[in-house]
Design a protein around this ligand. Structure first.
Ligand SMILES: [Zn+2]
Length: 433
């Protein structure tokens, strides 16, 4: 729920990277087919009989209902095949369980080492695509680039670099300490219209695919209130104007209702968390076409007995306060018809375990198919990557996962993804055939 703390001293030298307008391609031209007895067609919203997915290189050529002639077949037997999953709210450079002060002292190189393990765990859990909505020190940019260059296994990533925060807001790490250090560009702190515009330009220069802003206070930051607004309407309008001018979407961390409405009216693409969304706020999001990324599972490990993630009592108190509202917000959004995309805040808790988010969505009223669509077609639409990810169809990347059972009967099948392919390459195979 907070961006990674910044160790300001190590951020001086950075490698510039071109923003990735489209997901990166992988480059082989081998043709083969993947066969499974069942196939979740997320676009049509139905479970289909046997399917043969014809793959050419890293791309899906076609989906057939009978065996294509003359092709090698990757046999998945009685398994159920789905598109690779998408998590729209992760922090891949975060190291869970170290507490805020150790986090503040953790240098970029250390976070990068953790990040390599995090992106692999994310991929092996079934997430072939993710958004990283706030890291520091460009670890997120480096992870994205190393994955795209085939150096390490991990999901396709859109990254936000530094999340914009007002002074004293959810992303101002000076809240944590009793001394003051000079602000510079290598943090997300920006106040006033001019500084906000400049910070958006800086993030884009440094490789941001999207802009993340902290439009209300947060839970895991010190001395702020999740219900308070984090930016004025003028600042939010300027941030969105600048981001859109540079071809970037804006994701807004929001707990409080007022900040959520302001951010939606400013034109952000998504509201993250949305804890205090009521009928009035939901109606605004629906009218503006703003996405809602719920992040509900995070509260379970956060409030687990014994405080395993080592957060401060003040943060735990705030977590207990918002917990009572987040499930109501989800039900209200679902009833109102707000667009919902899957997101978890993985990084606050261990990467790979965010698969437990699905069950909460069905417990709160979604059908299993709707829950799967939040992490496939809907997440892809939120990321402006429709047709390339979140679907297995002609022209999409060959990003697929398989489970042993039927996830439409038991959504927790997605907690046990047995087989993962990304860009035509198998990264995990634990299927019994
Ligand atoms: Zn977060």
């Amino acid at each position: 729920m907070r961006p990674l703390p910044l160790a300001a001293a190590v951020a001086a030298f950075v490698v510039l990277a071109a923003p990735s307008a489209a997901p990166a391609a992988e480059g082989s031209t081998t043709r083969f087919a993947v066969h499974a007895a069942h196939f979740v067609d997320v676009k049509a919203g139905v479970l289909r009989g046997p399917a043969w997915v014809v793959v050419s290189g890293d791309t899906v050529e076609s989906v057939e209902s009978s065996a294509p002639a003359g092709l090698a077949v990757t046999e998945l037997g009685g398994a159920t095949l789905l598109p690779g999953l998408i998590d729209c709210h992760t922090h891949q450079s975060a190291r869970p369980g170290i507490g805020p002060m150790e986090g503040l002292k953790s240098p970029a190189a250390r976070n990068a080492i953790t990040g390599v393990n995090n992106v692999r765990a994310t991929l092996e859990a079934g997430f072939t695509t993710c958004r990283d909505v706030g890291g520091g020190e460009l670890v997120d940019v480096s992870l994205r680039n190393a994955i795209n260059e085939g150096e390490i296994p991990g999901p396709r990533m859109q990254v936000a670099t530094w999340a914009l925060s007002m002074t004293g807001g959810h992303g101002d790490d000076r809240n944590q300490v009793d001394y003051h250090w000079e602000n510079d560009l290598a943090t997300g702190v920006a106040d006033g219209v001019d500084e906000c515009r400049k910070k958006v330009r800086f993030d884009v220069q440094q490789g941001a695919d999207l802009i993340k802003i902290l439009a209300t206070g947060g839970v895991l930051s010190a001395n702020d209130d999740p219900r308070h607004t984090g930016y004025t309407q003028e600042e939010l309008n300027a941030i969105c104007d600048e981001a859109h001018r540079l071809g970037r979407n804006v994701a807004a961390h929001c707990h409080g209702k007022e900040g959520m409405i302001w951010a939606s009216n400013a034109g952000v693409r998504s509201i993250e968390h949305g804890s205090y969304m009521d009928a009035e706020a939901a109606a605004v999001l629906k009218k503006n076409g703003t996405w809602y990324v719920p992040t509900l599972y995070v509260l379970e490990p956060l409030l687990a007995p014994g405080n395993p993630l080592k957060f401060t009592e003040q943060s735990l108190e705030k977590a207990r306060m918002v917990r009572g509202h987040m499930h109501d917000a989800f039900r209200t959004a679902l009833k109102t018809g707000v667009k919902i995309a899957f997101g978890t805040d993985a990084g606050v808790f261990p990467h790979g375990t965010q698969v437990k988010e699905f069950k909460i969505y069905t417990d709160l009223g979604m059908t299993p198919m709707q829950a799967i669509q939040t992490a496939t077609t809907s997440a892809a639409e939120l990321m402006s990557w429709s047709g390339k990810v979140g679907v297995v169809a002609k022209g999409s990347f060959a990003d697929m996962v398989a489970v042993s059972g039927d996830p439409l009967k038991d959504i927790t099948e997605l907690e046990r993804v047995k087989w993962v392919m990304k860009g035509g390459k198998v990264y995990k195979d634990e299927l019994k055939r």
